[in-house]
Design a protein around this ligand. Structure first.
Ligand code: SIN
Length: 337
């Protein structure tokens, strides 16, 4: 076995990592350095792995091409295929970790869904890129090499699903795409990054917090419809009515500031709760908790706490799909890290 000591004195051995490729900018081409002519999903997993092999990383990477698409097109069907495969590979003692290459636009949603539904006994790492492979200053290969290092580290287990971007390691609950461009597009909130990684080094900022934890929820491909209502000045209660008429079984308010909305919207949301449709108050603001307020008890609302609207939507879907309608149990799920 080849043993490569790194500068922190740990060892990185020849680990066996399965790589699930889905596309995104990490597999994209710009076509031009000066024009916006970006096309996602141009590079196949074999070429990506050939690039990695040239770096001489001490890991055996086994690639699987699941899709080669922009992440705006990723949804329940591909999630099911990835989830099934990940669960199966995690059960194989030869496989020591899984990397999923993914577009950055919805990476936080896939990461969070799998974080809640895969037992995190082995490292599961999502990785993407903000710049296509042929762009000036492309970040894909570096992010990928960093992801290999993280997935190869046994200490990555017990931290839930992780997202690796721009030398940062984020926990799925915390990761948010906060910028439309630039390699440093992700933020972690409320925790910030949980570790720092380069192709040559890895440093965790604390111990694992989810050791030996089974999956929190059963995965379902067909989850109940949950709509996000984005608050804006002058918004009318008609928006709530339309979402319910459209078949929403749960609602997430992307509210002002601390999950606020006008009196009319709050009344319409309280009516929805009374009719059996749970409502989560999240915020359209990127950072800051949405904690419980006295009104939440009065109206039966759930506070999104650290989750932004897209992840709050997934958690509410998981709760409903798993038959959890009780607001107290639902709030407990939103309170967990
Ligand atoms: C995508 O999410 O597929 C496109 C954007 C990206 O990967 O950065």
């Amino acid at each position: 076995m080849k043993i490569v000591p790194d500068r922190y004195g740990k060892c990185m051995t020849d680990t066996h990592i399965e790589v699930f490729a889905t596309g995104g900018t990490i597999a994209g081409m710009a076509g031009s350095a000066t024009r916006r002519d970006y096309r996602p999903g141009q590079i196949g997993i074999d070429d990506l792995l050939a690039g990695m092999a040239a770096l001489g990383l001490p890991a055996k990477l086994v690639g699987h091409q699941f899709a080669n698409i922009g992440s705006e097109d990723i949804g329940p069907e591909l999630w099911r295929k990835l989830h099934e495969a990940a669960a199966q590979r995690m059960g194989d003692s030869a496989c020591q970790g899984i990397i999923i290459t993914h577009g950055t636009d919805t990476a936080e949603e896939t990461a969070f869904l799998f974080d809640q539904t895969l037992p995190t006994t082995k490292p599961v790492v999502l990785v993407g890129a903000m710049r296509p492979a042929d762009a000036v200053g492309s970040d894909g290969m570096r992010n990928f090499a960093n992801a290999v290092r993280v997935a190869s580290d046994p200490e990555a287990a017990g931290r839930g699903v992780l997202l690796v971007m721009s030398d940062h390691i984020f926990a799925a609950r915390d990761a948010r795409k906060a910028r439309t461009e630039g390699a440093n597009a992700f933020r972690g909130f409320p925790r910030g990054p949980v570790g720092h990684v380069t192709p040559a080094s890895l440093e965790w900022f604390g111990p694992p917090w989810r050791v030996d934890e089974p999956a929190r929820f059963e995965f379902h491909e067909n989850m109940p419809k949950v709509s996000i209502l984005y608050a804006y000045a002058g918004m009318s209660a008609e928006n709530v009515v339309q979402a319910l008429e459209g078949g929403a079984k749960g609602l997430v308010l992307a509210g002002f500031g601390h999950g606020n909305a006008s009196g009319g919207i709050r009344a319409a949301l309280a009516d929805a709760v009374a009719a059996g449709v749970p409502v989560v108050r999240a915020s359209r603001v990127d950072e800051g908790l949405v904690d419980r307020e006295p009104d939440d008890d009065a109206h039966g609302f759930i506070a999104a706490r650290a989750l932004g609207p897209p992840k709050a939507r997934i958690l509410l879907q998981l709760l409903l799909a798993n038959g959890i309608n009780d607001p107290v149990r639902a709030q407990q799920a939103f309170d967990r890290r």
